[in-house]
Write a protein that binds this ligand. Structure first.
Ligand code: MG
Length: 378
């Protein structure tokens, strides 16, 4: 059970909900970190009185430092700031909810300080999963997933003594706003269309990833790394209602799942209270009114991102880092209206075609692959 936390990415959707849960659980928040949204960061700092606030953007950090000069809170900038927030001594748990590959270095720093990692930054495991898991093992740092599917699997695996008993992990997928559309129909979809997610309220980048199904592709890789399973044991299944948050199938045919309303506060709360559970003030699932639960196979032709992600997972090395970097740039360009919806998988494939894969990469190789993936998608 956490007592004192650092929240990296506190102004994003997961970060804001984490602070809500922290308040509810009466936890101390010792550090906050964010990219550049200093208005919200200032409000959060005044409410939680952390020791340290980190702002990735240096100019924004200086501005916030001036604004918070009446508080004892220290304000730091840049990647060093994020790392300082991740390493702060008082914190027993670091919530990593920054968006994208920026989360990699601070996550590794927190692991080396033996913190519990409440991991909400999936890109960390997608780009550098083998490295991150090896470091976590070496330093004895616990990684508790916050991603709803991985939390469901983590919860379903409590009591499983031998990973060899797992036959498959089944990651559920809402299908996103474009479920049922053909590849040709998807060609004209705009950012506004993609941002209308049926079940979950999330940040813009992940909402677009949910529309392309890249999110599920990234989550398949995340699950492989977290639970050290090969690709063939991790599958995605469409479940429109987002009530079953994922399942584990065991060797004896038993399937265990975690069900609940689609609310990120549940996996956040569990990551902070694990191995215990706390009372929720939120509305809980009513089985009698939630309607039928349905399952179907994803449409691989309409949503090529799922296939691309599986191929990268199979390739290994820096392939996933190249894919992730290219995807981040392609999604940002789509959100700005510069490229079409189907150009996202096209850009990502092109980047994978152009950038050579390195095997058994160092952290430096991974960061370089990420950079080259981005460059190629521009
Ligand atoms: Mg998820």
């Amino acid at each position: 059970m956490s007592k004192c936390i650092s929240v990296l990415g506190s102004t994003g959707s997961i970060g804001r909900q984490t602070l809500q849960v922290a308040r509810e659980l009466g936890l101390t928040v010792t550090a906050l970190a964010a990219g550049r949204q200093i208005d919200l960061l200032e409000q959060q700092a005044r409410r939680f009185r952390p020791c340290l606030v980190a702002v990735f953007d240096e100019a924004a950090a200086r501005e916030l430092g001036k604004r918070l000069s009446d508080l004892p809170t220290e304000v730091v900038g840049g990647m060093e700031g994020l790392v300082a927030a991740a390493e702060l001594e008082d914190a027993d748990t670091v919530v990593t909810a920054v968006m994208g590959s920026v989360g990699l270095e601070p996550t590794l720093s927190a692991i080396r300080k033996k913190k519990r990692i409440a991991l909400a930054n999936k890109e960390t495991l997608v780009c550098a999963g083998e490295l991150v898991m090896a470091e976590a093992k070496k330093y004895g740092a616990e990684i508790v997933p916050v991603d709803s599917e991985h939390s469901a699997i983590f919860q379903s695996l409590q009591g499983c003594r031998d990973r060899g008993e797992i036959r498959r992990l089944l990651l559920t997928c809402s299908g996103g706003p474009f479920f049922g559309k053909s590849f040709a129909e998807l060609e004209k979809m705009t950012a506004a269309d993609a941002l209308r997610h049926p079940n979950w309220t999330m940040g813009a980048k992940i909402t677009v990833d949910s529309a392309t199904l890249m999110n599920k592709g990234l989550e398949i890789i995340e699950a492989m790394r977290l639970y050290s399973l090969p690709l063939k044991q991790v599958e995605a299944v469409i479940h429109r209602q987002s009530i079953v948050h994922s399942l584990v199938e065991f060797r004896d045919g038993a399937m265990l799942a975690q069900l609940g309303t689609p609310d990120m506060k549940l996996p956040i709360r569990y990551a902070l209270t694990y191995p215990y559970r706390a009372e929720t003030p939120d509305q809980t699932l009513d089985l009698l009114s939630c309607g039928p639960l349905t399952f179907s196979a994803p449409d691989a032709e309409a949503f090529p991102c799922l296939r691309i992600a599986r191929q990268c997972a199979e390739t290994g090395g820096t392939a996933c880092a190249i894919m992730n970097g290219a995807n981040e740039v392609a999604v940002a360009r789509f959100l700005r209206g510069e490229i079409g919806f189907n150009d996202i998988p096209r850009r990502v494939e092109k980047a994978l075609f152009r950038v050579p894969v390195k095997y058994q990469p160092s952290l430096g190789d991974i960061l370089e692959a990420d950079r080259m993936g981005r460059e190629a998608a521009r």
